[in-house]
Design a binder for this molecule. Structure first.
Ligand SMILES: [Zn+2]
Length: 318
């Protein structure tokens, strides 16, 4: 899809959103439909015979077990109306940019900590989904860092407070100007031992991988990939690499997104924030179905455990 069409495609308007998910009952039914496509199945005995009780509870007619539609999902145990959750998911999927927890708090009319926690749980869903993304064909790979001086840029190895990460962009095999999908990952070091597992799981063997020839990528030659190193004429990583127009564009967008919206992303959260960006980017062709797709993963994702959230809260980003 040309970029013009992506920008002007019809998303899910607020009016359509309200018509679909405006009431608590509609949200409960949407969750049930996402969890049990062919109708309710008792998790205890596998029976499909059931009654519905108050608050959308299912009671199995055979073993009497009661199941909440939200159990085992990111909504489990929530005291908030599901309409608030759905609105949060809508806001986090429809915009071009991320929405900060502070902005969510304002839009949803909830406490800041509540908005922040919801956002973490929703982003966790995006992270789980994005972990399954596999790239193939022609792929541009480059690394960058975030942090340190509160900005994002080219690799500054060894600099204190800077977190390196790697970006891969799959382009159309017939037209490298068209980007299809991307993946990102936070690294401890830009080194082969950190890169190997990432390449092993998320890239189809036989793909052509373009890098700037940094030694950490040398292992690609013997790892079943067609490695194309493009060394920079002007020295080591001094400027934007002309062979990787898309990686540069993505890094530029990321800068506007993460640095602009969340100001400062803590190291512990960076993977989740990158996943959020990646999730929206990889689904930008289909804004309209983004919420229902997110819901499908949300009902299969257990909520982040409270101790983990507490830890994250202590070193929180916005
Ligand atoms: Zn049962």
């Amino acid at each position: 899809m040309p970029s013009y069409d992506i920008q002007f495609q019809k998303g899910l308007s607020l009016q359509e959103f309200m018509a679909r998910y405006g009431t608590e009952e509609q949200c409960v039914e949407a969750i049930c439909k996402a969890r049990w496509r062919d109708g309710f199945v008792c998790p205890e005995c596998g029976s499909t015979r059931h009654y519905r009780l108050a608050r959308g509870l299912f009671q199995c007619q055979d073993c009497r077990h009661q199941t909440s539609p939200t159990s085992g999902t990111i909504f489990q145990g929530t005291k908030l109306p599901l309409t608030i959750w759905f609105l949060a998911m809508h806001l986090l999927t429809q915009g071009k940019h991320s929405v900060s927890a502070l902005e969510l708090k304002r839009q949803l009319g909830v406490h800041y900590e509540t908005a922040w926690t919801m956002k973490q749980k929703i982003i966790q869903v995006m992270l789980e989904r994005e972990a399954q993304t596999v790239l193939s064909g022609r792929i541009e790979v480059d690394d960058a860092y975030i942090g340190g001086e509160r900005h994002l840029g080219k690799r500054g190895r060894g600099a204190a407070g800077k977190t390196p990460f790697v970006v891969a962009v799959q382009t159309d095999p017939k037209n490298p100007a068209i980007v299809l999908h991307m993946r990102m990952k936070v690294l401890k070091h830009v080194a082969a031992r950190d890169l190997k597992p990432w390449f092993r799981h998320g890239f189809t063997k036989g793909s052509t991988i373009l890098t700037d020839g940094w030694q950490a990528y040398n292992f690609l030659d013997g790892a079943g990939f067609n490695h194309e190193p493009h060394k920079m004429p002007g020295g080591w990583r001094s400027a934007k690499h002309p062979a990787f127009p898309w990686v540069n564009t993505v890094l530029g967008n990321l800068k506007g997104n993460i640095v602009g919206v969340t100001r400062w992303v803590g190291k512990a959260h960076l993977d989740r924030y990158l996943a959020e960006f990646q999730y929206r980017f990889n689904r930008r062709f289909n804004l309209k179905s983004m919420l229902s797709r997110l819901l499908t993963v949300a009902v299969q994702t257990p909520a982040l455990p409270q101790p983990l959230l507490k830890l994250a809260w202590m070193g929180r980003a916005t």
